[in-house]
Write a protein that binds this ligand. Structure first.
Ligand SMILES: C[S@@+](CC[C@H](N)C(=O)[O-])C[C@H]1O[C@@H](n2cnc3c(N)ncnc32)[C@H](O)[C@@H]1O
Length: 378
């Protein structure tokens, strides 16, 4: 079925919406605000449907020719069809819209690099080819270059494909610090498990074996802002610490940080991070939030602020209750999922907190992903 309509706005997940009098709301990928489109409805639902652009009858003035031949086919990018400035405007509108206009001011920390910023990638491998999955499928698109990947990763692709054990693997994680490359699984006999990444304010230990942030340029832009929010006498409790990227900044700028992380492999890299940066005012707990709350929360010294950086699912009910009962002065909440973050922040608002500052940290330029950082106080 073909529908004609004007795109009202772009919403979460980077989808444009058209309201049709018969079909209701139709979500359309790669559609930009104000565009007049001919849309093929691909999935019809009771209250909303999905469609694909068939023809752009009147393009947005912000529309650009994508620089990547795989754009639209590959599921990785969403905004290579518009300017970076417009992408930022779209992301602000997405966050405002989700909060039903309740956020007064959204501050934005843009990524100093809008392309070639990813120092970490996970590729699928099939029949000697390497790439990403085609949008909405498990079909491989073989790539030789991706405009979001750091040049060093793009340059390494032929070498990866020619490596001895390439034929045996199904997936490979590749990281770089700008000069060296490291992979999981390893592609040559190397016992190296991590790389040192220069973040200007300190050196960060990154590994293909555990989570690490993909965009060091945006992190470098964020760290001085984070420092400004901290005070020398603060005692910080940090959950979801990973390898200790933010823990180093939290410890450097305050009296003390206690960091909790559930992935046992992260422990090794966390301690290396602290050692490398000569950090001593910290404690590390290899535990889930639930376990830490049960076993350690009563024995620890008191904290005045808490820093959260959970996975996409947001924080657990145990952690939410613990925070509400602990009455921290401030909550710092970094998230890669604005919907679960909203759920959690709303529970803190009901518990007496107010929103002090809201940031979009553009960790993922040219994709629909919105990373947001809330500072709450009571
Ligand atoms: C988005 S990552 C952030 C890591 C780190 N802050 C960084 O920026 O590199 C989320 C982290 O939360 C950890 N995590 C997931 N569930 C957890 C839980 N229930 N308790 C503690 N940590 C958890 C994951 O292992 C992961 O390292």
């Amino acid at each position: 079925m073909i529908v004609k309509g004007e795109v009202e706005k772009v919403v979460n997940n980077g989808l444009g919406i058209i309201r049709d009098k018969n079909m209701g709301v139709i979500f359309i990928p790669f559609a930009l605000k104000g565009e007049l489109l001919e849309v093929e409805v691909t999935k019809r639902g009771k209250s909303f449907s999905y469609g694909e652009i068939k023809k752009i009858l009147n393009p947005s003035r912000e529309r650009l020719e994508p620089i990547c031949p795989y754009f639209g086919e590959c599921g990785g990018c969403h905004f290579l069809n518009t300017t970076y400035q417009n992408e930022i405007i779209i992301k602000i509108e997405i966050l405002k819209d989700l909060w039903r206009k309740k956020l007064d001011k959204i501050e934005v920390i843009k990524s100093p690099r809008e392309l070639n910023y990813r120092i970490r990638a996970r590729f699928h491998v099939e029949n000697g080819l390497l790439g990403f999955f085609k949008r909405k499928t498990n079909t491989l698109i073989s790539i030789s270059n991706c405009p979001l990947l750091h040049e060093r990763i793009n340059d390494s692709l032929p070498f990866l494909k020619n490596s001895e054990n390439f034929q045996k693997i199904k997936e490979i994680t590749v990281i770089t610090n700008g000069s060296e490359i490291l992979t999981d699984p390893p592609i040559k006999n190397s016992s190296k498990r991590y790389l040192e990444l220069n973040l200007e304010r300190f050196t960060n230990i990154i590994s293909p074996h555990t989570f690490s942030q993909a965009n060091p340029y945006a992190i470098k832009a964020f760290l001085p802002e984070l420092k400004k929010l901290l005070e020398k006498e603060d005692r910080i409790l940090e959950f979801h610490a990973g390898n200790g990227l933010f823990s180093v900044e939290l410890a450097k700028s305050t009296q003390y940080v206690a960091s909790v992380e559930s992935n046992p492999i992260s422990k090794e890299f966390f301690f290396l991070n602290m050692k490398k940066n000569k950090i001593v005012n910290f404690k590390f707990y290899s535990a889930t939030d639930k376990k830490w709350i049960k076993e350690h929360s009563k024995r620890e010294i008191s904290f005045n602020k808490i820093f959260l950086d959970p996975p996409r699912s947001g924080i657990s009910p145990w952690l939410r209750n613990y925070i509400l009962n602990s009455k921290f002065e401030k909550i710092f909440y970094l998230s890669c999922n604005i919907s679960t973050q909203k759920r959690d922040v709303e529970s803190f608002l009901k518990g007496g907190y107010k929103i002090e500052r809201v940031f979009i940290l553009d960790f993922f330029p040219r994709t629909h992903h919105v990373e947001s950082f809330f500072v709450l106080s009571r």
